[in-house]
Ligand binder design. Structure first.
Ligand code: ZN
Length: 363
């Protein structure tokens, strides 16, 4: 309790007794009661466990670690920029005050001094030159992208900046995303999917990979499940909302598929769409995220039907030659030819497809 008091006096820049509240005695008791704790005048009552003296203190104590170089380790980063109103209190407001503190060192101390005798919303203008509403919208804008993280690949020469943004935070699907999946999990999944895709494609050096300085993932109100345009992946908040079942696993599988589109070669636009989609689902399959409703091996009408049908066929080809999909992707860096199947497996794709169908017909 005395170290908390020292800390609080320091935060409030109260160096002399005249600056401080005159409190001759202070009590802390552990009581059988609802809630976590409460304070009335100078008596603190805690329900079993004592939490940090003020939320601001705990935020202040951890905020030094909330810098980009630590972003791998920080679950609490996702709280930055969240909340609906500046005066929502507790952690929402603590992060906001921490932002204000960043604009003016000692801001919270000055605000507390001003509140000795009264309160006016104009205090924010006096201290920071802006209304609190303007500050709140600056703050929200700054953290709209909830995190930005630099990831160096294996040899560390190429860095990719990943961002995750929930653009549908106020919709039921956007809220379900925050509750059941979350920014931090999405960030980790985007990074691990990228590693997995590079490994599947046998791309070990920068020269093998697509050169993308940034990749963005966003949750949006949109039709369909998800889409990818260049380095931007969007997942539908509506889809998340209406999905019944394990939405986190489904979301993960969708990300492996979409992230494959981000990194795969497309033969300069000449690769058939069915093969592009088949490779994306092949990666999803190999990562262990094939949904139960997919076709079984041997099912489907054409090799280039796309999605799960083509993914199962590619898995058969992979069984004939280990690394087949990686080699195929390498060839598609500059163009596409149906002859790639012959070059890699010694048979036309039509012959391979009929071998594949024959194999599973008897099974
Ligand atoms: Zn796709």
């Amino acid at each position: 309790m005395s170290s908390a008091t020292d800390f609080i006096w320091r935060i409030f820049q109260q160096t002399m007794e005249a600056d401080r509240k005159n409190v001759p005695t202070m009590s802390l008791s552990i009581d059988s009661m609802d809630g976590v704790a409460y304070t009335s005048n100078n008596g603190i009552h805690a329900g079993g466990a004592v939490s940090a003296p003020t939320t601001y203190k705990s935020i202040q104590a951890t905020s030094r670690r909330s810098s980009p170089e630590f972003c791998y380790a920080l679950g609490h980063w996702v709280q930055l920029g969240q909340g609906d109103r500046w005066d929502q209190g507790y952690d929402v407001m603590a992060w906001f005050l921490d932002y204000c503190e960043g604009l003016r060192n000692g801001f919270v101390a000055e605000l507390n001094k001003k509140m000795r005798s009264g309160y006016s919303a104009n205090y924010f203008v006096e201290l920071l030159g802006k209304t609190v509403d303007q500050l709140w919208s600056d703050y929200k804008a700054k953290y709209k992208t909830n995190w930005t993280c630099l990831l160096s690949n294996n040899n560390g020469t190429q860095a990719v900046e990943y961002t995750v943004t929930n653009n549908a935070a106020t919709t039921p699907g956007g809220m379900k995303f925050m509750n059941q999946i979350g920014i931090e999990y999405s960030r980790q999944t985007v990074i691990s999917a990228t590693d997995f895709i590079w490994k599947t494609f046998q791309q070990t050096s920068d020269a093998d990979k697509k050169n993308l300085p940034k990749v963005s993932l966003s949750i949006d109100s949109m039709d369909g499940v998800a889409d990818t345009v260049n380095d931007g992946v969007r997942v539908s908040a509506n889809y998340i909302q209406q999905y019944t079942g394990d939405v986190k696993t489904e979301f993960t599988g969708v990300l492996y598929h979409e992230m494959t589109h981000v990194w795969q070669w497309n033969g300069n636009g000449q690769t058939p769409g069915g093969l592009i989609e088949g490779i994306a689902d092949f990666v999803r399959l190999k990562a262990g995220y094939a949904p139960s409703h997919w076709v079984k091996p041997g099912q489907g009408n054409r090799w280039d039907q796309g999605y799960d049908v083509t993914a199962r066929f590619l898995d058969y080809c992979e069984g004939l030659r280990n690394g087949f999909v990686a080699e195929m992707n390498k060839k598609m860096r500059t163009g596409y030819s149906g002859n790639y199947f012959v070059e890699l497996l010694g048979k036309t794709v039509d012959q391979l497809w009929s071998d594949y169908k024959a194999k599973y017909k008897t099974n």
